[in-house]
Ligand binder design. Structure first.
Ligand SMILES: [Zn+2]
Length: 238
């Protein structure tokens, strides 16, 4: 249960790009809540990315701006410098990448950061890495990039699967959204969407995503919360 409701909606956005500020304006307009996974070693960096033949800005929010840009939403860790963790043989380096990022972000956020998203695409996690994070850091949940396409609660919070990726799966996201809104739930159900805010620039999908937010907003039987509020709901309520 999420504040007395069976259904919960949450969003997760990676890399701490400056486009996050516009995304937050949209979330705030519709009363939606999200979690933002940042690389503290890259804050303030400038750059571009080429995706699908289109060059988009890939500038990072500055250290000074972190606290106010993300106010009202959750800040979570994403490693210091975005390495591919399953390939790292040195356990201490995995711990340093995750825990030092978490502590640096806690300092910038002004509260204890407890969430984490695995950096990189593909199979960016492994049982070994998940166990190291579970045992040797203060992280309480880790999100993968493996879409589940369902809303069922998951038992392993250290290899948590999002429901859908907004970017290449936007049509599927709308279909799942309609199903989620129409569904009568007799047990907890979580709709979890992830992506990167710069991806809305590639095909100018900001308007379409705002349509989705508008469609999902204001349902009486849905709790709108950050990842931690929803994934750690059992722990929070004790
Ligand atoms: Zn990333």
């Amino acid at each position: 249960m999420f504040c007395g409701k069976m259904k919960a909606l949450t969003f997760s956005y990676d890399d701490g790009v400056t486009q996050d500020a516009h995304l937050i304006e949209i979330f705030n307009k519709y009363g939606l809540k999200a979690t933002f996974n940042l690389n503290s070693g890259f804050l303030g960096g400038k750059g571009t990315l080429v995706r699908d033949g289109v060059t988009v800005h890939h500038n990072k929010v500055s250290k000074e701006d972190v606290r106010h840009v993300y106010v009202g939403h959750e800040i979570a860790a994403h490693t210091l410098t975005h390495p591919f963790l399953p390939n790292m043989t040195d356990e201490r380096e995995i711990i340093r990448q995750v825990e030092e990022d978490r502590l640096a972000l806690s300092e910038l956020a002004g509260y204890e950061v407890v969430g984490f998203a695995y950096p990189g695409g593909g199979i960016n996690h492994s049982k070994r890495v998940a166990d190291i994070i579970r045992q040797s850091t203060g992280v309480k949940y880790c999100r993968t990039t493996d879409s589940s396409h369902h809303f069922e609660p998951q038992t392993d919070l250290f290899e948590f699967q999002p429901t859908v990726y907004h970017h290449v799966e936007m049509d599927e996201m709308f279909r799942l959204g309609e199903r989620f809104l129409a569904m009568k739930a007799d047990r907890p159900q979580i709709f979890y969407i992830w992506g990167h805010a710069y991806e809305f620039d590639i095909r100018n999908e900001w308007g379409r995503f705002e349509d989705f937010c508008k469609m999902m907003a204001g349902a009486d039987d849905v709790f709108y919360g950050t990842n931690a509020q929803i994934l750690l709901a059992d722990k929070n309520e004790h």
